[in-house]
Every structure is written in structure tokens, then in C-alpha cells.
Write a protein that binds this ligand. Structure first.
Ligand SMILES: *[C@@H]1O[C@H](CO)[C@@H](O)[C@H](O)[C@H]1NC(C)=O
Ligand SMILES: *[C@@H]1O[C@H](CO)[C@@H](O)[C@H](O)[C@H]1NC(C)=O
Ligand SMILES: *[C@@H]1O[C@H](CO)[C@@H](O)[C@H](O)[C@H]1NC(C)=O
Ligand SMILES: *[C@@H]1O[C@H](CO)[C@@H](O)[C@H](O)[C@H]1NC(C)=O
Length: 497
């Protein structure tokens, strides 16, 4: 694939192959991965390959820890040499299987998705493998339970009836690493337990992904891959008939009309879909049980020295609470680098947090809602260009912008004074829905994302006060913004005055 921005130059000079020869030159994009998956599947069906895609992935080092081998079964020892893949495809597929974060903040084993977010491949593959094998409830091995019983029960007590089980699908995707992240952070004060997001060197030819802050064990890309792994695994495990090919499933989920034709069963809505799939209390139980198992396994046992049962349960509880707040209750916000923002002009002014106000806008122009990452990113660039070049502002005016693709987009963000509500820019955040909402409303999902997720998240993060006030732009300045229909709607929101 050529950089689409300069197709003429690229064709002229044959730059595509010349610039990045040899190893790893396929773009680290889900579309490249789906092509390789489809090729592997066709050879599996023809009998040229004796492993399924996920078995092969495990043979190549994905999800082959002691913990994973115990729950998913042993990974194939010697993967075939795959003569039908090009050298480029083989190295691409192989290097995606190991998720790693370097001290330099480079994150490996991740791909960019059509929706503008990034996933780690290994938890995704682990969830798919659990789903394909129908692995859900499995009894925890007695060795994991012994310390539990030693502390809480009289001696010589038999194991509890029914035996404690672990849900393999949750364990191998999210629960193990969530527990581990908080265990490690607790042992080392200078480690953060979760995040951050990152930036690709190029949205068109992604090769290197660099984190935007201090690396943790549980990066945003890992979380995305784990949530997708649970959603796809549960979908596969719930199917009576043989599943559609994996390539088809990945296309539906990442770039098509959604699983089983459900438009919301797509990566864009992973947070909502994960919440719907997961019973209350389920995640905490699975994290606690994963930690019990990790404590009993030779590879990981040393990390638990001195960690008793109560402490282990407390780690699980704190991990799930912080994870739920950060990743399930807050909206996913696409960072500036992903929509290819120009730099801020001049020196930004810092907001004094927490703020007391949120001002709701519509963009009016663009007048149509954006429903895909390329559309929303293009709208963001167009608005920034207009605000900087025609209005003479330093940057896009809004603090945050709401797409109809399931995501919010970072404008000036949490910390910098915007240019959205004349006279009040330092008092509140300016939030704008892309589209013209004089006569129609934004999609329900976009509305609830702001009303139920963004506002609460901002209160919890001490960005706005708990007694915040929501105003429509028209209450502050002579304007029709945010449109009659949207203004009517926000009058029913908590905090509207
Ligand atoms: C699969 O084929 C490879 C050779 O391509 C062979 O080494 C391996 O033993 C086979 N595995 C099984 C399970 O048949
Ligand atoms: C604690 O974490 C920091 C940051 O990740 C790391 O540089 C340091 O080596 C860790 N210390 C120990 C004792 O593991
Ligand atoms: C990606 O990073 C590696 C080092 O980690 C570097 O050698 C390579 O040139 C980088 N590629 C691009 C396209 O920036
Ligand atoms: C909101 O809460 C703050 C304290 O967090 C208080 O100082 C302020 O007076 C309150 N504002 C209103 C309008 O109640």
C-alpha cells in the first residue's frame, strides 16, 4: 500500500517498496493482518496447513505463558515454516504475536484499526482461541486453592463444594493482566498500573507505535485487544454451528457491518458491548481467581511473596474499580495525533481545574454527523484549519468534539483554555457534537456518551466540580447553537440550568 497522501510521488519513484525494504514493511494495520489470516485459513482448509490460525499464533509465541498453557492447552511446539507466506507476511505475523513495551515507550505487538484505535493482538487471539474451543468455566486446580483454605478454613477441610471455577475467556484476555498490573504497581511505587494511549508514526503506513506517557503493564492498546477478545470469544463460544471463517469475523467486527449484522457489534462500541456482556461482580471474581492461580504457578509465584489472601482480594477489588472507571465508564477519546492535528499556535493558557461549567455546542458545519474514523478525523482537521486560518485562533476552538462513530475526539483537551464560548472560555469546557442539530438529534449513543459517561468521568477525574452546570451555547452568546433540537434535549440533563 502506498501512502495515500502522495500517491503521485510514490508511483513516480516506486517509493512504496524502496523506502522500507525487507523486514516488517507491511503496515501494522488490521487490514494487513486480516489478509494474512485469510491466506492462512485458505491453506488450512486445503490441507496445506495442519494448524488453525489461533493455534499457529500460539505456536509463534502468542499467549504461551504457563497460565495460558494451563487454561488454553499446550501451544504447538514447532510451527510449520509456512512456505506459502512471503517473508514479509511471515515476519509481520510473527512479530505481532508478542506484546511488549520497551523502556523507550515503543509498544510492540499492536495494530492500528480502521476505527482509529489500536489493539494488542495477543489478548485478542487468546479470546478467540478460548471462544473457538468453547472454553469457559474450568475448575481452579487445587494447588491454587490451598493457601486460600489454609487461612480461611479449619485444617483438613475438603475443598469447597462446588469447586471454585475460573472463566477461561475472561482469565486469558483481561483478568490475568489486570490483576498482574495492579500487583506490579503495588510492589513498585514508581509504576503506574494502567495506560497510556499512544501515537503511530503514520496513520497511512503505521510502523511504530509510541506511548504518550509512562508505560504500564496494561496499556490502552492491550485493554482494547482484551475487550475485543472477550467480545469475539463470547460470540464464537455461543455459536452452535461451525463459525464463519476468522477472517470474515474480523472484517465484520473491525471494518464491516458488525457481528451478525448488528451495527453496534463493532470495535467502535467495545466498551458498551463488554459491559453488556459482563455480569456485575463477574470481573472482580475472575481477577481474584486469576491471581490465586498466578500465585500458585512457578513462573509467577515469586511476584507474590508476602501477598496473603486478604491482600490478594483487595488488589482484585481495587484493580476492577479503577479499570471500570477508566475504561468502561469513561468515553474513549481519540487523541490529536490520530486525527493528525496541526500543532497549537503560540503558547496555550492552562485551565484552573476543577471547572464549574460545560457548554454544549453543535458544529453546524460540518452539518452531517460523521460515522467513521476517516470522516470524523477529516471533520476535525477541517475545523482546526478553519479556526486557525480563517478565525485566526491558536487551535481548534472546542475542548472535545463528539463523533457519531462511538468516539469523542480531543480538541484542546482537559488542560488548555479553548475558544468556544466568548467570555467564558476559562470557566468551562466546550463540547461540540459534529452535525447540525436544529431539527434532528444526534444518535442516541453519542448523546448518552456525553450525558452518562463524559460528565461523570470528568467529575471523577476532578476536571469539573460535582455540582457542575451544563449550559447551551445560546444561553451565553447570541447564537442558535447548539440547535433547537439539541438544546431541547440537554434541558433534561443532570446539571442543566
Ligand atoms: C504439522 O506439520 C508440521 C510440518 O509442517 C509437522 O512438523 C508437525 O508435526 C505437524 N503437526 C501435527 C500436529 O500433525
Ligand atoms: C520500578 O519501576 C520503574 C519504572 O517502571 C523501573 O524503572 C524500576 O526498575 C522498578 N524498580 C524495581 C525495583 O523493580
Ligand atoms: C521504527 O523504530 C525503529 C527502532 O525501534 C527504527 O529503526 C525504525 O526506523 C522506525 N521506523 C520508522 C518508520 O520510523
Ligand atoms: C459547588 O461546590 C463548590 C465546592 O466544591 C462550592 O464552593 C460552590 O459554592 C458550589 N457551587 C454551587 C453553585 O453550589
Amino acid at each position: 500500500m502506498c501512502p495515500t497522501k502522495r500517491p503521485f510521488l510514490a508511483v513516480l519513484l516506486g517509493l512504496c517498496t524502496w523506502l522500507e525494504p525487507g523486514k516488517g514493511s507491511l503496515p501494522l494495520h488490521m487490514n494487513s493482518m486480516i489478509q494474512v489470516v485469510e491466506m492462512l485459513e485458505s491453506h488450512y482448509l486445503d490441507g496445506n496447513l495442519n494448524l488453525t490460525v489461533t493455534e499457529l499464533a500460539r505456536g509463534l509465541g502468542c499467549c504461551d505463558s504457563e497460565f495460558d498453557q494451563l487454561l488454553l492447552g499446550e501451544a504447538p511446539a514447532v510451527p510449520p515454516d509456512l512456505p506459502f507466506l512471503s517473508q514479509e507476511q511471515r515476519s509481520f505475523f510473527t512479530r505481532l504475536m508478542k506484546h511488549q513495551v520497551q523502556a523507550s515507550s515503543a509498544e510492540q505487538g499492536v495494530v492500528l484499526l480502521p476505527d482509529g484505535t489500536t489493539v494488542a493482538v495477543s489478548p485478542l487471539m487468546a479470546g478467540i482461541e478460548a471462544g473457538l474451543k468453547g472454553l469457559r468455566e474450568m475448575p481452579l486446580p487445587p494447588v491454587a486453592l490451598e493457601p486460600l483454605l489454609a487461612r480461611t478454613e479449619p485444617p483438613n477441610q475438603t475443598y469447597p463444594e462446588p469447586p471454585l471455577t475460573i472463566d477461561v475467556l475472561y482469565a486469558v484476555t483481561i483478568a490475568k493482566d489486570l490483576g498482574m498490573a495492579f500487583l506490579l504497581a503495588q510492589a513498585n511505587e514508581s509504576q503506574v498500573p494502567m495506560g497510556p494511549n499512544g501515537c503511530w508514526d503514520s496513520v497511512y503506513e503505521p510502523q511504530n507505535f509510541t506511548l504518550l506517557g509512562r508505560p504500564s503493564h496494561l496499556t490502552d492498546a492491550f485493554v482494547n485487544g482484551a475487550l475485543d477478545g472477550v467480545i469475539l470469544g463470547a460470540h464464537l463460544a455461543g455459536q452452535a454451528a461451525p463459525a464463519a471463517p476468522l477472517g470474515t469475523l474480523l472484517r465484520q467486527y473491525y471494518s464491516g457491518g458488525g457481528l451478525a449484522g448488528d451495527d453496534q457489534a463493532r470495535s467502535n462500541f467495545r466498551r458498551k458491548n463488554f459491559v453488556q456482556l459482563t455480569k456485575a461482580g463477574e470481573l472482580e471474581e475472575q481477577v481474584a481467581r486469576s491471581l490465586l492461580l498466578l500465585r500458585a504457578l512457578p513462573q509467577t509465584a515469586p511476584l507474590f511473596s508476602g501477598v496473603g489472601n486478604e491482600e490478594l482480594l483487595a488488589i482484585a477489588s481495587q484493580a476492577v474499580q479503577e479499570f471500570t472507571e477508566a475504561y468502561l465508564e469513561c468515553p474513549a477519546i481519540i487523541p490529536r495525533c490520530m486525527w493528525e492535528a496541526r500543532p497549537y499556535k503560540g503558547t496555550p493558557t492552562q485551565l484552573r481545574l476543577p471547572l464549574s461549567f460545560v457548554y454544549i455546542h453543535h458544529t453546524s458545519s460540518p452539518s452531517e454527523p460523521c460515522r467513521s474514523f476517516p470522516e470524523c478525523a477529516a471533520a476535525m482537521r477541517a475545523m482546526q484549519q478553519f479556526h486557525q486560518d480563517d478565525r485566526g485562533w491558536d487551535d481548534i476552538g472546542y475542548s472535545f468534539v463528539v463523533g457519531s462513530d462511538g468516539y469523542m475526539y480531543q480538541g484542546r483537551g482537559w488542560h488548555w483554555v479553548g475558544a468556544h464560548t466568548r467570555g467564558y472560555n476559562s470557566k468551562g469546557y466546550g463540547l461540540s457534537f459534529i452535525g447540525d442539530y436544529m431539527h434532528t438529534l444526534p444518535d442516541t449513543f453519542a448523546l448518552t456518551l456525553v450525558r452518562d459517561n463524559f460528565l461523570q468521568c470528568a467529575v471523577r477525574g476532578a476536571k469539573i466540580r460535582a455540582n457542575y452546570t451544563v449550559h447551551g451555547h445560546r444561553q451565553m452568546v447570541h447564537t442558535e447553537c447548539p440547535g433547537n433540537a439539541l438544546f431541547q434535549e440537554i434541558q433534561s440533563w443532570h446539571g442543566f440550568k
